[in-house]
Design a protein around this ligand. Structure first.
Ligand code: ATP
Length: 348
């Protein structure tokens, strides 16, 4: 186990700035997830930690050791990639043992580690099979096993589940969470999937254009997004943003009002599940018209319109409403967050 620390790390590819002044310190044994849209610099950052990509500026520490000039094989890390890169001609046992053989570990130590990893991953019965004789989920386990046998200080994982179908992803996600907690190895995990990030992370680093926009626990990120980008990226359906005016220290939308630290135009951010929809006029509510009704099982997803703006709300599955109807919408005042209309930054 070790902390990973990045201090003012930059990466430039010619004129492209892929990573800008990146700062992060993980805890020992922490599970940190980098999440963000395609091209935001997640993989580049991970590869710099691994030593697969040179850094343009800054310092990277693994434990107390500055690793800027340490080659990847000496960094005490193990990586799991999206394409598992298993050797097709080797069986599962050999695939898992290969890295240790290269490092000239004694035979019985290799055997002990491979069998222990196989036991943890429940792939003992597959040790003699070749990768082509395995399902996607089983291959994924072997890739994990290859990382585990190294007994590294840090796991680095780059979209390790993205080759699996939706159901298997959810299963393997739970496996990875369990495994990481059991082994207690500091883990940095890259994904563009916000659900995966929420479910796995102790802390999430939300990235955009080479920078961390917000670093926090899943709950902080979800309920107190630093800006409209984070509010819109995390959560499905995303946070709603309604234009509103603040006057005399309050933002008022018809019957609804919350205190505002600023005057003038603001964006009122509220998540779809924090809106209560009713057919009767309700206190603290504003009116809206129903545009779309989608029964999703656990709840009814409504797309609503108010003064030319559309937004979403989640209602009880047995709430009966039709296109064009007028409804009353009451935001949970404790869950409303105000944002600057131009910068998108949260207003304290
Ligand atoms: P994705 O989810 O699509 O993998 P990402 O967040 O991992 O995206 P990176 O792969 O880290 O993003 O890329 C960050 C930026 O750096 C992008 O603009 C990309 O085009 C650029 N980039 C990455 N590798 C190189 C390279 N070898 N040469 C030039 N530009 C690169």
């Amino acid at each position: 186990m070790a902390k990973v620390r990045l201090e003012h790390v930059w990466k430039r590819f010619g004129k492209v700035v892929a990573v800008k002044d990146f700062n992060l310190e993980t805890e020992d044994g922490e599970f940190v997830v980098f999440v963000g849209p395609s091209g935001c610099g997640k993989t580049t950052t991970l590869r710099m930690i691994a030593g697969l990509e040179e850094i343009s500026e800054g310092k990277i520490y693994i434990g107390d050791r500055l690793v800027n000039d340490v080659p990847p094989k000496d960094r005490d890390i193990a990586m799991v990639f999206q394409n598992y890169a298993l050797y097709p001609h080797m069986n599962v046992y050999e695939n898992m043992a290969f890295g240790l053989r290269l490092r000239r570990y004694p035979k019985d130590e290799i055997d002990r580690r491979v069998k222990e990893a196989a036991r943890i991953l429940k792939i003992e019965h597959l040790l003699n099979r070749k990768p082509r004789e395995l399902s996607g989920g089983q291959r994924q386990r072997v890739a994990m096993g290859r990382a585990i046998v190294r007994e590294p200080k840090v796991f680095l994982m780059d979209e390790p589940l993205s080759n699996l179908d939706a159901k298997l992803r959810v299963e393997m996600r739970a496996e990875i969470a369990k495994l990481q907690r059991r082994l207690g190895v500091t883990t940095i995990y890259v994904t563009h999937d916000q659900v995966e990030a929420m479910s796995l992370a102790d802390r999430i680093a939300v990235m955009r254009q080479g920078e961390i926009v917000q670093l926090g626990t899943p709950t902080e990120i979800y309920h107190a997004p630093a800006d409209t980008f984070v509010g819109g990226f995390i959560g499905n359906p995303p946070m709603n943003f309604l234009r509103a005016g603040a006057l005399g220290g309050r933002v008022v939308l018809e019957g609804f009002a919350v205190p505002s630290p600023v005057e003038g135009e603001v964006l009122l951010g509220v998540r779809p599940e924090d809106l209560r929809v009713s057919k009767e006029q309700a206190e603290g509510a504003f009116r809206a018209r129903v545009l779309v009704v989608e029964p999703l099982g656990p709840h009814l997803q409504l797309t609503l319109e108010r003064e030319g703006e559309t937004f979403r709300a989640l209602a009880d599955p047995d709430f009966s409403v039709a296109f064009g109807e007028e409804v009353w919408v009451r935001p949970n005042p404790g869950r409303v967050r105000l944002f600057h209309p131009k910068t998108g930054k949260a207003l304290a």
